[in-house]
Design a binder for this molecule. Structure first.
Ligand code: IPM
Ligand code: SF4
Length: 466
């Protein structure tokens, strides 16, 4: 029997496997950031250990840092401590650091691919759940806990139980105004926020093959929001083209050898998945979430479900408690729902393609008077590229704030927080209670939907603006 893409990458990295025990998996690239690495380094120091492969470990600063220009002396003390600790750790252990003071910095899942660190067939880990993003390149990439970060730093290996495989087939043409974000929100709405537990998704089908790398990353990014351990997309010409020439990409004869190997990283015709789900891309609409988990989403033309429409009593309870927190009612449409804040950013949707699309909607229009709107590029490179294309001017003339790279309002771990009770149209990946600020209410959507919400001050169907 043939192998799936996941099985090929898994098998190539198993160092040891005792029956009934987790596998020892070799890790090709380890990404670290300021929030989940300090305790791991502390553990290494305590035990007198070195970093096994400093050359395969890459650090950036993203979660806690302010996205406004601010001297570090004026930062909240936690953030300053985390950043200074990361600098010290990278210096002491000989690790490459993409520092906020340098030219290369940004959200770990935006910078890794940009630098060419992320490559097909690799195992990639990071103390961060959205490491699944890198699966867009046909890598096996997933988040790990802080004690595992220490383990990988010390050994370059990780203990892992082999997950099962889950094919998600997306076939057909997307309609105008329907994006990769809508594909993944629709998948999670259909399969549930825990529907992928124990599995690695492989996104397949004609609609996936047509997507850019940025769009593929948007989809893989949210695999974890669908409960999966990781999400993968087989590499193809789009992938190779994206990687070629990037700083850490193979060069010369190494490049040819690498591409020849990468071409083998496809699921064999006769491979069998443990589960499958198929979606018709032509039936999808722009999506909006109404609840407090990413599975609680509906097409913009739809209505919030009524409790009696849900079979599972646990889901009924979760609907009602989510709606209470959200200040929304069963059966209500989301179209027309006023918003207070619009956040375009996060490792889901802060790449240049996302900003270009959002800018198209905003161009020549104004942000509604009562709305605070911000654009937070995913990296310094995205920011520079956007500025070279004049996107910053389009956003600022419309009334958006134009910020520095970082996680920003994706999570309330830095200066950018939404107030209690505020509705945030957000391009990020999590709408958990308090995620964007204590009491704040997140409505997840695509960048063009968020841009449309900024202009109208309420949730609208972006297709009416195209
Ligand atoms: C802070 C970090 C550990 C966390 C994660 O693991 O995902 C964050 O990135 C998030 O998105 O919630
Ligand atoms: S942008 Fe958001 S989801 Fe992504 S790593 Fe940062 S906090 Fe996590």
């Amino acid at each position: 029997m043939g192998k799936t893409l996941f099985e090929k990458v898994w098998d190539a990295h198993v160092v040891a496997q005792d029956p009934g025990a987790p596998a020892v998996l070799y890790i090709d690239a380890h990404l670290i950031h300021e929030v989940t690495s300090p305790q791991a380094f502390a553990l290494l120091r305590e035990r007198g250990l070195k970093v096994r492969r400093p050359d395969r470990t890459f650090a950036t600063m993203d979660h806690a840092i302010p996205t406004r220009e601010l001297e570090i002396e004026l930062w909240p003390s936690d953030a300053a401590t985390q950043v200074r600790t990361l600098r010290q750790n990278c210096q002491d252990f000989g690790i490459t650091l993409w520092d906020i003071e340098g030219d290369v910095q940004g959200i770990v899942h935006v910078v890794g691919p940009e630098m060419g660190v992320t490559q097909p067939g690799m195992t990639i880990v990071c103390g961060d759940s959205h490491t699944s993003t890198h699966g867009a390149f046909g890598a096996l990439a997933f988040g790990i806990g802080t004690s595992e970060v220490a383990h990988v730093l010390a050994t370059q290996c990780l203990l892992q139980v082999k997950p099962k495989t889950f094919a998600i087939n997306v076939e057909g043409e997307l309609g105008l105004g329907v994006t990769a974000k809508d594909i993944i929100l629709a998948i999670i709405a259909k399969n549930g926020a825990a529907g992928g537990t124990g599995y690695v998704f492989e996104y397949r089908g004609s609609a996936i093959r047509k997507l850019s790398m940025a769009n593929r990353m948007t989809i893989c990014n949210m695999s974890i929001e669908g409960g999966a351990r990781a999400g993968m997309i087989a590499p193809d010409e789009t992938t190779f083209e994206y990687i070629k020439g990037r700083p850490y990409a193979p060069k010369g004869a190494d490049w040819d050898r690498a591409v020849a190997y990468w071409r083998t990283l496809v699921t064999d015709e006769d491979a069998v998945f443990d589960r499958e789900l198929t979606l018709d891309a032509s039936q999808l609409e722009p999506m909006v979430t109404y609840g407090t988990n990413p599975g609680q989403g509906i097409p913009v033309t739809g209505r919030i479900p009524l409790p009696e429409e849900l079979e599972d009593p646990a889901e009924r309870r979760s609907l009602l408690s989510a709606l209470e927190y959200m200040g929304l009612k069963p059966g209500q449409p989301m179209e027309g729902q006023p918003v207070d804040i619009v956040f375009i950013g996060s490792c889901t949707n802060s790449r240049i393609e996302d900003l270009r699309e959002a800018a198209q909607i905003v161009k020549g229009r104004k942000v509604a008077d009562h709305v605070q709107a911000l654009v937070v590029p995913g990296s310094k490179a995205v920011k520079a590229q956007a500025e070279a294309e004049g996107l910053d001017r389009i956003f600022q003339e419309a009334g958006f704030e134009w910020r520095g790279a970082g996680c920003s309002m994706c999570l309330a771990m830095n200066d950018d927080k939404a107030g209690a009770g505020k509705y945030v149209a957000s391009t990020s990946n999590r709408n958990f209670q308090g995620r964007q600020g204590p009491g704040a209410r997140s409505l997840l959507m695509s960048p063009i939907m968020a841009a449309a919400a900024a202009v109208h001050g309420r949730v609208v169907d972006v297709r009416e603006m195209l």
